[in-house]
Design a protein around this ligand. Sequence first.
Ligand SMILES: Cc1cc2nc3c(=O)[nH]c(=O)nc-3n(C[C@H](O)[C@H](O)[C@H](O)COP(=O)(O)OP(=O)(O)OC[C@H]3O[C@@H](n4cnc5c(N)ncnc54)[C@H](O)[C@@H]3O)c2cc1C
Length: 386
Amino acid sequence: MPPTDAHRPQVVIVGAGAAGLSAGGALMRLGIEPTILDKDDRIGGSWARRYERLRLHTIRRFSGLAHHPIPRSYPRYVPKDQFADYLEQYAEALQLRVELSRPVRRVRAGEDGLWETVSEQEERWLAPVVIIASGNYNEPVVPRWPGLDDYAGRVVHSRDYASGRDFAGADVLVVGIGNSGAEIAADLVEQGASRVAIAVRTNPPIMPRDLFGVVPVQLLGLALTPVPAATLIDRAGAVTRRVAIGDLSRYGLGKAEWGPFTARRPPVIDVGFLKELKRGGIEVRPAPARFTTDGVVFADGREESFAAVIAATGYETGLRRLLEVPDAVRPDGRPRFRSGRPTPHAGLYFIGFDETTRGVLFEARRDSLRLARDVRRYLETRSTPT
Ligand SMILES: Cc1cc2nc3c(=O)[nH]c(=O)nc-3n(C[C@H](O)[C@H](O)[C@H](O)COP(=O)(O)OP(=O)(O)OC[C@H]3O[C@@H](n4cnc5c(N)ncnc54)[C@H](O)[C@@H]3O)c2cc1C
């Protein structure tokens, strides 16, 4: 099909999630109107579809986007549906041009130093600036375990998990102990699953959401992240965790095998998992080695049957397919360049991809302000005759 006439905005943003919207809001405040494209049919869809029990783990005050904070009337930990609504309100309040149901198929360098963005429908945009905000949690990954095709039970990725109600009375295995895996295991117990087990490959650091019931863990992240002593802070963190949550080895969870500050990623934030674990409601297992027709054989050889498996096994970004830009994407699918900063490819930016111990939403707001200033400078240099 011949290329259609191209739309020619100054800036195209791929993704109208929190990061893309914040970049859009920050640009609007500098007098630059971006076109924001999203494959979804609503703003905030990725949050609206997440599991019912979910609330932000970061506090309201530090989870809002540029120039329009989350209303004070919202609770400290905002429920996911309210956050999805906030994203819709944000787009309206900042008068953002969001074009929905626009799945972008390709982004590459086009003519005259412009970036070409093409949708699945072959619609084209040519712009001096393109901002990739398609998210770290874009495409669910379910490992190809041996025997999985013959397994008769249900396999559901954590992205598609809604509520433990759907598994009441069933024996369920959760694979993966990230934030989603831990919370989903708790939800399954609360909603009446008959047996819940969680498969753990690497023991994570687990922190209560509110340390000693008082201090939001995000505040520690905000205070300590800039301190150039990650190893020391992680050691102090291990001691603090031991005091706050006790020794988990008798429940099958060993010492944490990584530290949040050295790894620059958030710990597992406990919002009910530990209570169910300590009450014997959640059993810990090693990683699955293979599947049978009615269950799983674990790495230690133990075989158990499960009616369902929740794969809390992470996501792919999809950037390798989306971006036709040499060396822009690392082998793990993440961008090679920091979010919110200019890249060696003039006019190409990323936002929302950096790992952080302060909260992705917190970083997205900060990076969007920095990015907008740099985009304005870049557009000015492009328009100034040499
Ligand atoms: C379960 C869960 C809980 C989290 N809780 C918190 C928290 O409490 N606090 C916090 O700070 N962070 C949290 N995060 C991390 C992060 O803040 C969120 O994932 C947040 O949604 C990231 O915003 P984003 O805009 O980068 O990505 P997303 O919200 O994923 O938005 C990306 C957008 O890009 C669109 N898109 C993707 N590919 C294309 C394409 N090819 N064409 C067009 N559109 C495309 C998608 O439809 C989507 O709307 C959580 C993440 C998860 C998974």
